[in-house]
Design a protein around this ligand. Structure first.
Ligand code: CP
Length: 310
């Protein structure tokens, strides 16, 4: 298929065919990182600005590496060293970056919809590296890539996503992508963090860990943020861990052939115990490896579309 989109904002916006095109392209780019010379000239002459207004380790480093491996020119910007601190608006900031003839902006922002707003107002491409509690499309793509690599096909696979769904951009993006590719998705967690309203997007909602994961082919654990306990979403992290964490007591609910995933960073001993995070069923570091290939594919496809007015 011919790629036509200049932005990657979320999987909600993509067809199953477009998602499959990204995954197939990523499979080709994965081979580049396995060579002695880990570089191709695909983005030579293109300029990418990485603009992270929120902390990141995995996403930021893998975008930077992906750009380098595609031979792009790159500039890294963070909020605390930009003129946002002097009161410049986000839109003015991005319009000034665009005026420097930049081809792509990779952006993470705490505000839901920030990247959609920017993409509507600039002609360069915008790639969403995570916005608020809304979307994290490249995380979902790398999760789906990892699942497809292990099982071959997503159709009728059961993926359970466990934890703080309410505040999770990873859960939303995964659900949109997985459902489009024919997987079944269950959101698992306490009712305060997994409200029944999510059923309206086509997922099953379950408030019991054993019931939610016992026939799952994949269990994706989400990070539990301690501030949620302070806000009263659950009584204590110890209690959360006992009822919804994957640990030596609850691992018996897991199928022996199920994959254990986590987007990172892990709160070890809260949502996931170390012996499982580092155990034989875990593919957590493979997810990170695949993130590089997926981000290379996204940058390649989106940049190929070029400027709207070109
Ligand atoms: N999974 C993820 O987005 O991790 P970072 O916040 O470290 O980028």
């Amino acid at each position: 298929m011919t790629w036509t989109k200049k932005d990657l904002l979320d999987l909600y916006d993509l067809s199953a065919e477009e998602i499959t095109t990204i995954l197939d392209t990523a499979a080709e780019f994965k081979k580049v990182s396995q060579r002695n010379v880990k570089k191709v000239p695909a983005l030579r002459g293109k300029t990418v600005v990485n603009f992270f207004v929120e902390p990141s380790t995995r996403t930021r480093v893998s975008f930077e590496l992906a750009e380098q491996r595609l031979s792009a020119d790159i500039v890294n910007m963070s909020a605390d060293s930009s003129s946002l601190l002097k009161g410049e608006t986000l839109l003015d900031t991005v319009r000034n970056i665009e005026a420097l003839q930049v081809d792509l902006i990779v952006m993470r922002h705490r505000a839901t919809g920030a990247q959609n707003f920017i993409a509507r107002n600039v002609s360069c491409g915008v790639v969403n590296a995570g916005d608020g509690a809304h979307g994290h499309p490249t995380q979902a793509l790398l999760d789906i890539f990892t699942i497809r690599e292990k099982f071959g096909d997503l159709k009728d696979l059961h993926v359970a996503i466990v934890g703080d769904i309410l505040h999770s951009r990873v859960a939303r993006s995964n659900a949109w992508g997985l459902l489009k590719l024919g997987a079944k998705v269950t959101f698992v967690g306490p009712a305060t963090l997994v409200p029944r309203e999510f059923e309206s997007i086509g997922v099953r909602v379950c408030h019991d860990l054993e019931e939610g994961i016992r026939d799952a082919n994949v269990v994706n654990l989400l990070r539990i943020q301690r501030e949620r306990q302070e806000a009263g979403f659950f009584p204590s992290t110890g209690e959360y861990s006992r009822f919804f964490g994957l640990n030596r007591n609850t691992v018996k609910f897991l199928r022996k052939d199920a994959l254990v995933m986590h987007p990172g960073p892990i709160n070890r001993g809260v949502e996931l115990d170390s012996e499982i995070a580092d155990g034989t069923q875990s593919v957590i570091l493979e997810q990170v490896t695949n993130g590089l290939a997926v981000r290379m594919a996204v940058l390649f496809l989106v940049s190929g579309c070029g400027r709207r007015n070109a």
